[in-house]
Write a protein that binds this ligand. Structure first.
Ligand code: UDP
Ligand code: MG
Length: 332
């Protein structure tokens, strides 16, 4: 919750922007963002996180920082993916509230004043909920819909549908989130997991302004898998029940076979049924092992207890106090 003893003018907003190969859109993005923020009665910083871009993104960020004292630049040691880049930004954010936004202008910065207004009312988390997905294909819409339906059913956390990472987090929420250091970062799930009073704001998601999306179906599939597997052990239970059920069916079938053999003798037949049963059971077993493998793989990732990221440099904004500017890993 916002500290009510302070006036808005004394409070500090941090904007975290993960960016990977966003050279083209960044200047335009910064222009639109700062137009919104200068109109608000807060101190602010915007932390651009360079997620190992292969183009001139970092140079653009430094240029922005030279020209604007609100800009901070965090340069990660390589490409870690958006989830980790976002986490790195949150780790460095000093604001009383932190806003996470994509660099490609799909998340309209113009919503920020509304976020902040609800934060002042006492919400810890204010997030944007898409009412329209412009520029997205029908299969993508359908798969997204099915995914959220499934996730809703199988997990205990209520991950809101049609929301991205575009949101405001109170300091308390950021502190809580910083304690979740798991490697498999399904951020939407993590946001939902920490709880706290939340508020959804409907908006129209625009098509990206320049550059290309980094998503493809394989990545989306893995994202969905992470979402499910890191928030519920339901699939493991499904494997158990499928196993039980097939065992039961096999038992009944065995009874029938024995009964038939006793009553009518046993002429050599039954190759098709044998084959069917074998393939079926083989398939079920592989499936069960696959599901276990998904979990085991994630356990493997976690037990290594590696830090989430390393960074080359952090150049803080000239709005805030001095913080660690050396490379390395920043602890909570
Ligand atoms: N991004 C990142 N690291 C990556 C991929 C993406 O920091 O490895 C950033 C990207 O620059 C953008 C945001 O994450 O600011 C969302 O990426 P994208 O637009 O590709 O995803 P979509 O909007 O299609 O979900
Ligand atoms: Mg995008």
């Amino acid at each position: 919750m916002a500290d009510m003893t302070q006036k808005p003018g004394e409070r500090f907003l941090s904007i975290v922007v993960p960016a990977y190969n966003e050279r083209e859109v960044l200047p335009k993005f910064h222009e639109r963002l700062s137009a919104v923020l200068t109109r608000l009665p807060y101190h602010w910083e915007v932390i651009y996180v360079n997620d190992g871009s292969r183009d001139l993104t970092l140079r653009v960020m430094h240029a922005l920082r030279t020209n604007d004292s609100h800009v901070a630049v965090l340069d990660l040691s390589r490409n870690y993916g958006k989830e980790v880049a976002l986490t790195a930004g949150l780790d460095h954010a000093q604001g009383d509230a932190v806003i996470v936004i994509d660099a490609d202008l799909q998340d309209p910065p113009e919503l920020i004043p509304e976020f902040v207004a609800h934060w002042e009312e006492g919400f810890d988390m204010v997030y944007a909920k898409r009412i329209q997905r412009d520029g997205e294909t029908i299969p993508k819409k359908i798969t997204a819909y099915l995914f959220y339906q499934l996730l809703q059913r199988v997990s205990r956390v209520n991950v809101p549908e049609d929301t991205g990472d575009f949101r405001l987090l109170s300091r308390r929420a950021v502190r809580s989130l910083r304690q979740l250091r798991e490697q498999n970062r399904f951020t939407k799930g993590l946001f939902a997991w920490i709880g706290y009073p939340s508020k959804a704001i409907p908006y129209r998601r625009d098509p990206r302004q320049a550059g290309k999306t980094k998503w493809n179906y394989w990545k989306l599939w893995n994202f969905a898998l992470d979402g499910i597997v890191s928030f519920t052990v339901m699939p493991l239970k499904v494997a158990t029940y499928v196993g039980f059920f097939t065992a039961l069916v096999a038992f009944v079938y065995a009874g029938m076979v024995i009964y038939k053999a006793l009553m009518f003798g046993d002429p050599v037949r039954g190759y098709p049924s044998l084959m069917v049963v074998m393939l079926f059971l083989g398939g079920i077993q592989l499936m069960g092992m696959g599901i276990m493998g998904e979990y085991l793989g994630r356990v493997f990732e976690e037990v290594k207890r590696r830090p989430l990221y390393f960074f080359n440099t952090y150049m803080p904004s000239r709005q805030s106090g001095p913080v660690a500017a050396e490379g390395g890993f920043l602890e909570k």
